[in-house]
Design a protein around this ligand. Structure first.
Ligand code: ZN
Ligand code: ZN
Length: 187
């Protein structure tokens, strides 16, 4: 029996509002955006960098335009925004999958025992593949990005200017104050 790894089932967890957490590769802060059609590509890239799948099909999705960090404005490709927990999970799946492949290869040898009457090893079945990541239960502050018409979630304590993750537009502070810029011109 061979097992198929369904990469599509390896999904990034969402919170109850449907947002996915991202971590800036530059400043390490996290924020959330709506799931992206490039998420599967990001997970797939990470997975295949850890374990060269023989039958690795591209997820069919390409890398999209780079994203911007909500806080520091750092720009990076869409597969650079996995959080530490997401990285750890993908690594666990890759390792477990590698064990399954090794098991299948060794089990194949014992199955063809008639050609190999004295196997020098015992094949121990590997542990099951890890289940999905738990949903993201922490709610952050929902902020509408007027430039792109999309909501994002920012850390509660962040009250400085924000960059739109999608288009990079720079937005003023969020402290609840009206931002009024007065400029005195002396003549
Ligand atoms: Zn950042
Ligand atoms: Zn925007």
């Amino acid at each position: 029996m061979s097992r198929e790894l369904d990469v599509a089932r390896l999904e990034l967890p969402r919170d109850e509002k449907g947002f996915v957490r991202r971590e800036c590769p530059a400043c390490g802060r996290t924020f959330k955006t709506r799931p992206s059609r490039h998420d599967a590509h990001a997970v797939h890239r990470r997975l295949t960098s850890l374990f060269p799948f023989e039958n690795a099909h591209e997820s069919g999705d390409s890398e999209g335009p780079p994203w911007c960090c909500l806080y520091c404005g750092h720009k990076a490709p869409t597969d650079s925004w996995l959080t530490t927990e997401q990285h750890v999970h993908v690594e666990r799946v890759a390792r477990a999958w590698a064990n399954h492949v090794r098991y299948e290869q060794l089990a194949h040898v014992t199955r063809t025992l008639s050609q190999n009457p004295r196997p020098t090893f015992v094949v121990v079945p590997p542990e099951d593949l890890p289940g999905p990541m738990p949903p993201d239960s922490e709610s952050l502050r929902v902020i509408p990005m007027v430039c792109c018409g999309e909501d994002v979630q920012a850390l509660w304590e962040w009250d400085s200017a924000l960059y739109c993750p999608r288009c990079g537009a720079h937005h003023g502070g969020l402290s609840g104050r009206q931002q009024i810029h007065l400029r005195f011109i002396q003549e």
